[in-house]
Write a protein that binds this ligand. Sequence first.
Ligand SMILES: Cc1cc2nc3c(=O)[nH]c(=O)nc-3n(C[C@H](O)[C@H](O)[C@H](O)COP(=O)(O)O)c2cc1C
Length: 348
Amino acid sequence: MTLQELLQFKHPIFLAPMAGVTTPQLAAEVCNAGGLGALGLGASTPAQALQQILATQALTDAPFQVNFFCHQSTELDAAQGQAWLDYMAPFFSRYHVTPPTALSCIYPSFLDNDDYLKVVLETRPKAVSFHFGLPHPQQIQALKAAGIVTMVSATNLIEAKAIEAAGIDVIIAQGIEAGGHRGVFNQAVDSAITTKDLVQLFKAHCQLPIVAAGGIMNGQHAAKMLNLGASAVQMGTAFIQCKSSNASLAYREALFQQPITQITSSISGRPARGLVNHWHTQVDQPERPTVPPYPYTYDLAKQLHQTASAQDEHHFAAFWAGTRVAHIRALEAADLINLVMLEMKMPS
Ligand SMILES: Cc1cc2nc3c(=O)[nH]c(=O)nc-3n(C[C@H](O)[C@H](O)[C@H](O)COP(=O)(O)O)c2cc1C
């Protein structure tokens, strides 16, 4: 069965699941325009995930994917946490607020909480994708038994082979160009392979359908990936300017005004690519202590951004974006999909 038959989309264009940015409205607009909609639910509670899925199902009958995080839960080393709190305290003092004194695990992993699985089995979205690793074998079995298509991000061939061996249906080839968190299973190792090279590598060595993700902003970029053997493309940054995304005005302006990106682990504890700001230029200094694990670090970053943005300062935001952000266009989802489809047919 082809990916198109499996997921029943008209156009091979997937909205990337983007926690905090995708909305039921955006997902449904993509679906209703013939692409595959998505909900990034990794930062949601099970109750919020349920509400978002139901809201999307109320807006479209077309299939869409939902996405969760499979990070390995790590205990926070007290000394490491304290060193990070101490290092970051002066950044809070700039805004005349008391720095936090503890770091919390703000997002449970799909691996640790079967409540997310229950929501999925109850609502039966067409597909579920995972970032940061594989779900447990029994979770994969439960999804398969329910007829739900499973997809996992891979950033190198070792991860892609593990995805195949686990019985997952689709590999998402996330290249180094991608905005947002790197899907690396083991964050100590990032092969930093481009999307194009990953698609070619997986095409040569894997059997599963491949979805290309990272740096795909227009039809020319998409056509290249499909010509190399990808069955579809997954676009994140390109959709952030859509009116129905959850992006703030400051985020939307920054995407146009400072389209330079870099990867840092300082924001969340896992490597992620976003617009260059104080995290990259001021926090990532040679004397910076070891960054505590995900998502403890993210707890502090969110508090710092909240504090700064309340004073109309956005230099500590997590404005995730891919390397090709300068190609971004402010279009509605349906118009973007139609234009990308048109561009795909034009000679490059
Ligand atoms: C704002 C933003 C948030 C993201 N959040 C998620 C997420 O929650 N889950 C996920 O699997 N990928 C997430 N990603 C990564 C995307 O799935 C995808 O790999 C990436 O957007 C592709 O690169 P591009 O942004 O250049 O199109 C996010 C990306 C962005 C830009």
